[in-house]
Design a protein around this ligand. Structure first.
Ligand SMILES: Cc1cc2nc3c(=O)[nH]c(=O)nc-3n(C[C@H](O)[C@H](O)[C@H](O)COP(=O)(O)O)c2cc1C
Length: 153
């Protein structure tokens, strides 16, 4: 059994839909050997990260940076996970209003320090909500879970 942790803030109806789509992909019925745990950032802790064989982090871009909730998550897990979680496969999804670059780069900078291993390029969604994003998010979640199950990361 592999463990996949998904941590994302969901401050709006749109972001909730995106997270639901990521979860639907990760929990695809054909993927039987992956235990998927979703946690909102303020509830997620270092033990969750140490439990995980892979992690997906999602954030909105706020003030040109990751959301405050995701920053708080990284602040709390950084040192407790620094040694033991090196090499953790991860991928990021970002929901911006018009941009998203700052949120992406700020997370990547922290994760460089953590020495996690990127397995999918960041999925960045910005501008007016597009139905296509739901399919993109589902595929994104499925990619991580299926890869963990197959042991390819
Ligand atoms: C306090 C605040 C700051 C924000 N700052 C940015 C920003 O710097 N760049 C950006 O692209 N969007 C920014 N946004 C927009 C959010 O990213 C957007 O509301 C979020 O992705 C949710 O999208 P939705 O409104 O489509 O549900 C900000 C939103 C809030 C509430």
């Amino acid at each position: 059994m592999q463990n996949l942790l998904i941590v994302a803030n969901l401050p709006s109806a749109n972001t909730r839909k995106l997270v639901d789509a990521v979860l639907a992909g990760a929990r695809h019925p054909d993927i039987e050997q992956v235990d998927v745990k979703f946690s909102e950032p303020l509830s997620a802790c270092a033990e969750d990260v140490l439990w995980a064989n892979g992690i997906i982090v999602g954030t909105t871009e706020n003030f040109g940076y990751m959301s405050g909730q995701i920053k708080d998550f990284f602040e709390r897990i950084y040192y407790p996970c620094l040694e033991q979680a090196q090499g953790l496969p991860y991928s990021l999804f970002i929901k911006g209003g018009l941009d998203g670059t700052g949120a992406t780069l700020s997370m990547q900078k922290i994760i460089t320090g953590l020495r996690w291993k990127e397995i999918h390029q960041p999925l960045l969604m910005k501008g007016e909500f597009q139905q296509q994003w739901l399919a993109d998010c589902e595929e994104f979640g499925m990619y991580m879970a299926a890869g963990l199950e197959a042991g390819v990361f």
